[in-house]
Ligand binder design. Sequence first.
Ligand SMILES: [Cu+2]
Length: 148
Amino acid sequence: MRILRTGLLAAALSLAALSTACAGDCAPQVRDGWIRLLPGGMPMHAGFGRIENACAMPVAITGASSPAYGSVELHETRIVDGVSRMRPVPELRLAPGDATVLKPGGLHLMLMQPRAPLKAGSKVAIEFRLQDGRTLLGEFEVRANGPE
Ligand SMILES: [Cu+2]
C-alpha cells in the first residue's frame, strides 16, 4: 500500500511538471518584423521578419491574421523553371531552438485586402496561430523601401 501510494505521488508530480512545461510559459518570439510597401498602392503587401523558438517544445504555426488586413497567408516563393512562384504554406514547424527567417524571395506573409492605406513608419500587429491553440503577437514596421 505504501509503495503504491508513493508511486501515485511520483506520477502526480511528474504530471504536474509536464503540464507546467506545456502551459505556455515559454512562447516563440517574432522579431524584426517589417512590411514592404509597394509603389503604386498595390492592394497586397508582404511581411517579413524572424520567428524564434527558444522553448523546449516544438511548435507549429498554422495561420495568421491582422486587424489591418482582410486576409493574411503564409507563403513561400520558389523559382520553378526560372519563374518565381508563390505557394501557400499551411504549417510552419519550428523545432526547439530553431528560428525561421521570412525574407524577400523566400518565406513571407502575404498581406491582402489592407483595410486602410498604410504609411511608412507605422506599426502593424500580426497575430500568429499555433497548433496548440496559443497565439503569438508580432509587431511589424511599415517600410517604403525595405532591404532586399
Ligand atoms: Cu505571397
